[in-house]
Design a protein around this ligand. Structure first.
Ligand SMILES: [Zn+2]
Length: 116
């Protein structure tokens, strides 16, 4: 009997690329580019080799779709929050506090630099 293709595509076991730590980005001294070890996907197979495009593409597409969905969910949540009375004011106040803290830290840092 001929070997039949599995009905469902099996997602291959993948690991984060050890070269770029799964970022897919190569950082050199003079710039960045796609990681050569994983073809810029950030993923390698169990054997440590870059995945063939027909395997990495569906994974990446699903990752992207999932991220887009999460982002949209977060946006909706944020929009709802902004319509809650008092939230805008609280956000503005928090922002101000953060800026103040940042200023204080900057000043303390500069003082330390001057040896004070
Ligand atoms: Zn890589």
């Amino acid at each position: 009997m001929a070997k039949s293709r599995p009905l469902h595509w099996q997602e291959p076991t993948t690991e984060n690329c050890p070269q770029c730590n799964g970022s897919g980005e190569w950082r050199g001294m003079f710039g960045t580019g796609p990681c050569a070890m994983c073809d810029g996907t950030g993923l390698v197979g169990e054997d440590g080799e870059a995945l063939p495009a027909h395997e990495s593409q569906p994974i990446l597409r699903r990752q992207r779709d999932r991220l887009a969905k999460e982002l949209e969910g977060a946006r909706q949540h944020y929009r709802q929050l902004l319509h809650t009375p008092g939230v805008r004011e609280a956000l503005a106040a928090e922002q101000e506090r953060q800026q103040e803290r940042q200023r204080d830290e900057d000043m303390a840092h500069r003082k330390r630099l001057r040896g004070g």
